[in-house]
Design a protein around this ligand. Structure first.
Ligand SMILES: Nc1ncnc2c1ncn2[C@@H]1O[C@H](COP(=O)(O)OP(=O)(O)O)[C@@H](O)[C@H]1O
Ligand SMILES: [Mg+2]
Length: 245
């Protein structure tokens, strides 16, 4: 591993230790080590099929690694269920948003907060509505009838309802118009500013590195670069490994 690979903070929120993940006989991730510090914003870059989504699924527990460990605030959660990890502070904004189309905005948000109740829940709604006033206005609207940008807000809002300490995002700007992509990154920066640790998967390297503290680049399931964003943006290595997009 190279310089800048370590999270700056002593408090490591998430640590992947040499994760290898297979789908059947096919090795998808090989010895992937990634860290996210408390409140840190880290991006995971890489081309199509490089293993980005598989990394997030391994972190959340949707996929079990063949070897290696997933540590959440020092606790080994490698063999824990998804629900346990969510209860310990993980949340995901999945690929392609995946809101519950036949449910209203309000119902979608309530589902995100199934672990919370009463006063606590009111607070979560307030936090999410402050971040996304549009969702407040559209509370009774069916999620399936929202625009793409609004569905992205809803997917993020739903994830935030569980008050995560670690938010995983899988290509949140995919399929959005350039204006919405920009808005999307502003929202991610805003969420980051509230102290949530974020690991965001992106193909848009320049945009992601412009808001992230650090970045990792995956290539065919291996971390080939890890550094502070400013260094990655300036390096020829990144251009060679990945950019040109
Ligand atoms: N459920 C699965 N079963 C078998 N192979 C899969 C499955 N999901 C993804 N893959 C393969 O694993 C590789 C990495 O996929 P993925 O993690 O989705 O990449 P990325 O998110 O970087 O595009 C790809 O070659 C993909 O075809
Ligand atoms: Mg993917």
């Amino acid at each position: 591993m190279r310089n800048g690979d370590r999270a700056a903070s002593d408090a490591i929120l998430l640590r992947l230790e040499e994760i290898t993940t297979h789908y059947g006989p096919i090795r998808i991730l090989e010895q992937v080590s990634i860290e996210v510090g408390e409140g840190e914003l880290v991006c995971l870059l890489g081309g199509n099929a490089s293993g980005k989504s598989t990394t997030l699924k391994t972190i959340l527990g949707l996929v079990r690694p063949t070897s290696g460990r997933v540590l959440l605030r020092g606790e080994d959660v490698t063999n824990r269920q998804v629900s346990y990890r969510v209860g310990r502070g993980m949340a995901i904004v999945p690929e392609n948003r995946r809101v519950f189309a036949p449910l209203t905005v309000l119902e979608n948000l309530e589902l995100g907060a199934y672990l919370r109740h009463g006063e606590d829940l009111r607070e979560e709604f307030e936090r999410v509505y402050t971040l996304f006033p549009r969702l407040h206005e559209r509370g009774d609207q069916l999620a399936g009838t929202l625009s793409g940008g609004e569905q992205q807000m809803l997917a993020m809002g739903r994830a935030l309802m569980s008050r995560p300490r670690l938010l995983l995002m899988d290509e949140p700007s995919m399929g959005l118009s350039p204006a919405l992509v920009e808005q999307n990154f502003e929202i991610i920066a805003q969420i980051h500013a509230t102290g949530v640790g974020i690991l965001v998967v992106e193909q848009n390297a320049n945009m992601a590195l412009s808001i992230a503290d650090r970045g990792y680049v995956l290539q065919t399931g291996q971390v080939v670069l890890a550094n502070r964003s400013s260094e990655l943006l300036a390096s020829d290595e990144l251009k060679k490994a990945y950019l040109g997009r």
